[in-house]
Each structure stands twice: as C-alpha cells, then as structure tokens.
Design a protein around this ligand. Structure first.
Ligand SMILES: Nc1ncnc2c1ncn2[C@@H]1O[C@H](COP(=O)(O)OP(=O)(O)O)[C@@H](O)[C@H]1O
Ligand SMILES: [Mg+2]
Length: 288
C-alpha cells in the first residue's frame, strides 16, 4: 500500500499530517519524506532513547539503491526506527543535494513494492514535478490544505491540475483510477464543517469524479510536539485531538486503499491494452 501526500504552495501541514497518519496506522508502517525542496523530519524528530535521527540515510540513499534493486524491503532497510511501529526515511536537508541525477521514478517503484504500508510525503507538487510519477504509483493521493477560503480555492485548482498529470503517468497496473483525498488542517471544532464546505466547492469541479472522500487533521501544536519527541502514539497521545482526527482519517483511507487494491487486481485480469488506453483517455478528457 502506498499513500502519497502532497500540497499546493505554502506550508499547510503536509509533513505533520503524514507523520500523524503514519503514526495512527495499526501495525508496522514506513514514512518517507520525499520533498524536492528538502525535508524537515530529520531535524524535527527526536527518538525517546537515541535522540535525533542520524543525518544519513535519507530518501536520496533509497532512491540511489532503488536503481539497482526492487526488493520489497529496500526502503525499510534504509529507514530509522522512530517508534515501535513507525520507521522513517527523512528527506535530504537541502534542495541542492537533489539537483539532477535522482531517479525519483525508481524510488516510487521501490515504495510501491514495499511489503510494509508506506506514506510518502511529496511536499509541493506541480504538474511538471518529477514527483508526479511517484504519485502515479500510489493507491491514494492525499492533497493537504488549510481551511481558509483562499486555501480552499488553491486546493481545488491544484486538484484540477494534478489529477490529469498523474493520470497521464499512470500506465500500470491496468484499470487503476487516480484517487484523491483532500485533507484539511483545521481545528477540531470546525473540522467537519470545513470539510463539508470543501466538498461543496469541489462538487462542480472536474476533480469531483476522482474524489475518494475528504477529511481533516486537527490543529494541535502540543500533540505535534509530543509526537515529534517520540512519544508512543498508542498511549495517552492517542486521546489528543490530533491523533483522534488522524485515526478517523486512517480508518477511512485504510478502507479505500484496500478496496482500490482489490478492484485493481480484479481489473488487471480483464482489460486488453486497448481497453486500458481508452479508459485512461476518457478519465483525462473529463478533466481537460
Ligand atoms: N495539525 C497541526 N497541529 C499543529 N501544528 C501543525 C499541524 N500541522 C502543521 N503544523 C505546523 O505548521 C508548520 C508547517 O507544517 P509542515 O507539516 O512542516 O508543513 P508542510 O510539510 O506542508 O510544509 C509546522 O510548524 C508544523 O508544526
Ligand atoms: Mg513538509
């Protein structure tokens, strides 16, 4: 299972939401930070016993290794164990480290092949980004935004541009449809109403047929600090607004991803290459 998180411009909370969702997942999970502009997890996370994460390996290590291996434990092998269930591959620190020569597509293939569920934080992704190919390999693309009117409009415009870009990269497996999930960072009090507003805004949008639901992660700075300090997310932290809201989201997307994986396996048995091509063209046409 591969879930990709991305955002439009600004810093709406993509990395924090990815950390919260991956921490809420039941069982072993891998969080990979693959942000072209440089990562934050390496400097923000503190393990309970060992403290800060070492500076390497990073996502660039996994990307380099994935050029020569497609082993299902490739990403896990280069991850740092953060809590009992969550392993983390932090992003490189500075954008310049990733200038040229990084095979992002190979990284995406390795993450999609992982035997452990993977959440990959792609940061800001525009249609021409080399990370669109990684999003195309995901079972679900979560697009993170804030709840202010301006951010919601940006979220809609981002979805309308990202979906055709992802669809045009999507060759295999057969019959897989782009599935997107808008995720707001909002207060626990207003989150549900904000999500309903976003759904209304997206109702008439070309992105609408591709929506697999929508949700919110609560704004909760104290809980974020505890999570980043390595506290067990299944203990008292699980009762915070942050983790309760992440729990609701993962229950919804967990079901969606399972359903999508089963449907794509069924579809892979049926259509010919021509069927695949025409269904992909139909999906892309509806967005242009
Ligand atoms: N749910 C949240 N509750 C409290 N603070 C948050 C939350 N989400 C993000 N933040 C804060 O907002 C800032 C930007 O978040 P970050 O996850 O780094 O955004 P992005 O990855 O989109 O750039 C950080 O200071 C982070 O701690
Ligand atoms: Mg980030």
């Amino acid at each position: 299972m591969l879930v990709a998180l991305s955002s439009d411009k600004g810093s709406p909370g993509t990395t924090t939401s990815a950390l919260a969702l991956a921490s809420a997942w039941s069982g072993s999970t891998l969080l990979v930070e693959s942000d072209l502009f440089g990562g934050d997890l390496g400097v923000r996370l503190r393990r309970r016993r060992e403290g800060a994460l070492p500076e390497a390996p990073t996502v660039l290590t996994v990307a380099a290794a994935s050029r020569t291996s497609s082993a299902s434990d490739l990403a896990s092998r280069h991850a740092h164990q953060f809590t009992r269930d969550l392993a983390v591959v932090p992003g490189h620190l500075c954008a310049e480290q990733a200038a040229g020569g990084v095979d992002w597509q190979a990284l995406g293939v390795a993450l999609a092949a992982s035997s452990v569920p993977v959440f990959v934080d792609l940061g800001r992704v525009q249609a021409a980004s080399p990370l669109v190919g990684v999003a195309a390999l995901a079972d679900l693309v979560v697009v993170v935004g804030r709840a202010s009117p301006g951010s919601v409009v940006r979220l809609r415009e981002r979805l309308n541009r990202l979906i055709p870009a992802v669809a045009s990269h999507r060759a295999a497996p057969a019959g897989r449809r782009v599935r997107v999930y808008p995720l707001l960072v909002s207060s626990a009090r207003h989150g549900r109403a904000d999500v309903a507003d976003v759904c209304r805004v997206l109702d008439d949008s070309p992105a609408h047929p591709f929506l697999a639901g929508a949700g919110f992660v609560a704004w909760d700075p104290k809980a974020v600090a505890r999570l980043e300090a390595g506290e067990d997310p299944r203990g008292r932290l699980s009762r915070t607004e942050l983790m309760c809201s992440a729990d609701v989201v993962w229950k919804e997307i967990g079901g969606l991803v399972k359903h999508a994986t089963e449907a794509s396996l069924r579809a892979a048995e049926v259509p010919s290459a021509d069927d695949r091509r025409s269904s992909k063209q139909r999906s892309v046409r509806s967005l242009t």
